[in-house]
Design a protein around this ligand. Sequence first.
Ligand SMILES: *[C@@H]1O[C@H](CO)[C@@H](O)[C@H](O)[C@H]1NC(C)=O
Ligand SMILES: *[C@@H]1O[C@H](CO)[C@@H](O)[C@H](O)[C@H]1NC(C)=O
Ligand SMILES: *[C@@H]1O[C@H](CO)[C@@H](O)[C@H](O)[C@H]1NC(C)=O
Ligand SMILES: *[C@@H]1O[C@H](CO)[C@@H](O)[C@H](O)[C@H]1NC(C)=O
Length: 348
Amino acid sequence: MQVYEEIKREDDDHRYDDLKMEEKKIKNDHVVVLLWKKWIKTNCLALTINMLTTGIILTVIYFIVIAPLRQKLADIDMRLTAIEKQNGTKLRESENGESTNLDTHTTCYNGGISKKTNNECICVCTKGFLGKQCEYSGGKDTSFMVIFQEGISCFPTTPKILVASENTTRLSIRYFNENKIHTITMDKSNTEYNLSKSVLPSDGIHVAGVELHSDKGINVYGFSFGTEVSEGYSSMPTRFASTKYIIPTLPAFYIYKNMIALTPCYQNTVVSINLKLKSGSVTYDNKQYSNNDTIRIMVNKYDTFQLSTTSDLSGTMVTSSKPVIVVSGNQCNFAVPDNIRLVVVIHL
Ligand SMILES: *[C@@H]1O[C@H](CO)[C@@H](O)[C@H](O)[C@H]1NC(C)=O
Ligand SMILES: *[C@@H]1O[C@H](CO)[C@@H](O)[C@H](O)[C@H]1NC(C)=O
Ligand SMILES: *[C@@H]1O[C@H](CO)[C@@H](O)[C@H](O)[C@H]1NC(C)=O
Ligand SMILES: *[C@@H]1O[C@H](CO)[C@@H](O)[C@H](O)[C@H]1NC(C)=O
């Protein structure tokens, strides 16, 4: 009996514990349910308010903006129809007709617009963009002829190219005086490449310079590095080479020379240089040329012609039978604090 009583009490204790557990669980569940209810309530309210607001805004937009616009368009449409009837002409292109004006195969990037002229589709680029498909900006391109001018003998200089590229670029370099291609890789952290001194010309016709091709649009700067004097210029893509240039040089300091260097893009190019000299003369091929005289030369691809004089050359005109790349500048000047010696030519 005692044993029975003990067992029963134990049993009751167990049942009591079980009940307690159940109660706790239910309470917990209740709290969770309450939390969910609260969450759903708040969010539903926020969602409803949001939807209402959006609905109101859209309605307001519709009444203020879209409805009058639709009315206006309908009015214009009616008037055009009336004019068309009166004039017997078709002023509007049919829905399908519009696409005949645009060549769907010509994609113009950077906001350029495709236009049809004489059965040819061209891209009209927005300001600052270049290229057949407006794919390049800021003088970026893939082909360059980079030439230099002779430096000053007492300051040894290292000719270089500086490359500005958004991405890793593979660049092939061909020295004018070599029939060999050097391939290099440039990226944002590796932007300069030393060239051999063979690219530095002297007066007359020499084979001096480099031709570059890259797999992406890049900007290239020709740069002469010297510990005392460094100078650089933005190289014009070969595609933009012209047949007419006016030279603007800054006056050279003391006995330092003003220079023009040029290289043609094609074989058998005839170049005329009409000199504008403030004083003195230019000697080329044992002949002296004075102000307003014209030097005529015949150059081939990879020839670089350089002339130099202590006179200012500003106003000198370079014209050619085929496109040429021209750079001008001087060995030393005090016109600007940083001694810019190679300046960009005016390109017509
Ligand atoms: C009808 O066409 C003629 C010539 O094509 C034009 O001069 C005239 O302005 C047109 N009329 C209207 C109402 O557009
Ligand atoms: C550079 O690379 C990125 C990613 O591959 C690409 O989206 C971008 O158009 C590239 N830029 C140029 C100029 O090629
Ligand atoms: C490039 O030239 C500069 C200046 O002469 C020199 O200091 C540098 O070491 C050269 N770089 C390479 C990779 O040859
Ligand atoms: C320069 O030469 C041209 C012909 O070659 C001539 O017509 C012109 O008058 C000359 N100008 C000067 C300033 O001498």
